[in-house]
Design a protein around this ligand. Structure first.
Ligand SMILES: Cc1cc2nc3c(=O)[nH]c(=O)nc-3n(C[C@H](O)[C@H](O)[C@H](O)COP(=O)(O)OP(=O)(O)OC[C@H]3O[C@@H](n4cnc5c(N)ncnc54)[C@H](O)[C@@H]3O)c2cc1C
Ligand code: FES
Length: 252
């Protein structure tokens, strides 16, 4: 883990309210595992705490993040221009644990796609990707996910399956029956809860990336804990023991 200075090279709005941020790092980042994240110092003096973002892509020396504007920090970040200086603590947390499986199923809900983007590229054609969003405008978030193409759901029915990404997956689950598969997912808590409902009867292995609010990002403040089924130590720090957890071991 390192605190690296970087310069913004691009900060483009790729869909309404969603940005792709490219930062040229002044030093190489340590090798990362998909699912790990960085803590970004927001330019200016108005936001004290750094904000966590998943590593979307890293090709030396350029780190790419994708973010949704939801509050003060991301609003300020969205206005940052080319050559603006940023500091990035990276790479942090525990990423996806890649066991050898016959097939992988990856789910991204909305901006949750940023958390599984590096994983999709790492697994390539061995994975089936399911992406759910509100409306077709957000399909720009999966523009660079070529083959295999993602199966898409929209809540307003403007593209692909009309409904949630978990409902879409449940329509396709039969095709994975009898195969040694693992599911990876990132998205809102409600999506992860629904996913558990769909997978429950089959108890398919599943790892999920939790996007809990964070303060230090380093395991020091216990501000990001999530409850697990571990009776001895139920509360785990999302920034240290996560952000990736076994779906069957957390309490949603
Ligand atoms: C490990 C990890 C990886 C993440 N990866 C990404 C990513 O790749 N792209 C991305 O856009 N976001 C990601 N997030 C979420 C991102 O960190 C928050 O959206 C961001 O910190 C919000 O900052 P803000 O100052 O704009 O919002 P704030 O002003 O802090 O909050 C605005 C609103 O968003 C809500 N909010 C803030 N943080 C979170 C959160 N973590 N989960 C749910 N609601 C929240 C608040 O309750 C509030 O309603 C990730 C979070 C974690 C923990
Ligand atoms: S954010 Fe401080 S311990 Fe996780």
């Amino acid at each position: 883990m390192d605190d690296i200075e970087g310069k913004i090279t691009r900060n483009d709005e790729v869909a309404p309210g969603y940005h792709l941020l490219k930062i040229k790092l002044s030093r190489p980042m340590d090798p990362f595992v998909p699912g790990q994240f960085v803590m970004v110092r927001i330019p200016g003096k108005d936001v004290f705490l750094r904000r966590p973002f998943s590593i979307y892509d890293y090709r030396r020396p350029v780190l790419t993040l994708m973010y949704k504007v939801v509050g003060k920090g991301t609003e300020i970040l969205s206005k940052a221009g080319k050559n603006e200086k940023v500091f990035v603590l990276c790479p942090l947390g525990k990423g996806f644990d890649l066991q050898k499986r016959q097939e992988y199923v990856i789910l991204g809900g909305g901006i949750g796609i940023a958390g599984v983007h590096a994983l999709i590229h790492r697994l390539g054609t061995r994975s089936s990707v399911f992406f759910g969003c509100t409306a077709k405008e957000e399909l720009a978030l999966i523009k660079d996910i070529g083959a295999p193409p993602a199966s898409v759901s929209t809540l307003d029915g403007s593209c692909g399956f009309h409904g949630t990404v978990v409902e879409l997956l449940s329509e396709h689950l039969a095709m994975f029956r009898g195969k040694d598969i693992e599911v990876f997912a990132c998205g809102p808590a409600a999506m992860l809860k629904a996913l558990r409902g769909v997978l429950e009867k089959d108890t398919i292995p599943c790892q999920v990336l939790l996007e809990e609010r964070m303060a230090c990002g380093l395991g020091l403040c216990f501000g990001c804990v999530t409850k697990t089924v571990d009776e001895a130590e139920p509360y785990k720090r999302v920034c240290k023991e996560g952000p990736v957890f076994d779906l069957w071991k957390i309490c949603l």
